[in-house]
Ligand binder design. Sequence first.
Ligand code: PAF
Length: 275
Amino acid sequence: MALRSKLAKHRLKGNKIGLVPTMGALHNGHLALVNASKNQCEITVVSIFVNPAQFNNAEDLEKYPNTIEKDTALLKAAGCNFLFLPSVKEIYPNTHDLSISFGALENNLEGRFRPGHFQGVGLVVSKLFNICQPDYAFFGQKDLQQFFVINKLIDQLSFPIDLKMVETSREENGLAMSSRNLRLSERDKSEASLINQSLSIAKKQLLEGVGIKTVIENAKELFATNDRFTLEYFEIVETDNFSSLTQVTNPKKTAICVAAYIGKVRLIDNLFLNY
Ligand code: PAF
């Protein structure tokens, strides 16, 4: 593979390689990942591949935004060294039936609502790791459970890769940046600030000692004030397996996670309780 041999030459020169895996439709959140890589590594590789194996909803895959010309220009301006833009055939040349299971981590929250999603993520990220053999890989906090899935992948498959988390980039009104925001109207975008607001309120209440049950009820009530939202989950979880907590025991390993639809667009967000 051409990219692998080009990167091998850089590795021989002692250059560190950073990988930023994406599915395109790039925004400032992705550029923050690119910047983090550039600060750490001599060579930054960005991959853009809309991975069919991780979509459990055909409409979501079909409607996934594609802004490749804009993406290419943004990456050039950001100083990305290599853009890896493989075809589906290149990543999945043959039928594949290998499946990577993440145990309990995969059955909770995102895993529960998107069956097979993390298996698809694990498969494609393993392939990207093998193709690019990076020293560092950069993932955003917005997809928090995905981050811990990748962490497990690296740990249990012994990838010699240093995994870095980059804080969620937000719009001025607090809405987490996401490629799916391109599918939101201006009204949706403005009202979607409720998501981040619900997290901030929950965090404040938890830190004040309000019980988890009450905090979740309050969040549900807040979502019920706007009938354009369908709340999928609002949970306080521990970050080893993303199982729901009934009380906080280790604030450093506790996150507040939410998934909600505004119209047909599914948005997720999270905050650590104590960071
Ligand atoms: O977070 C994403 O954009 C995707 O899940 C990833 C990590 C690029 C794998 O397809």
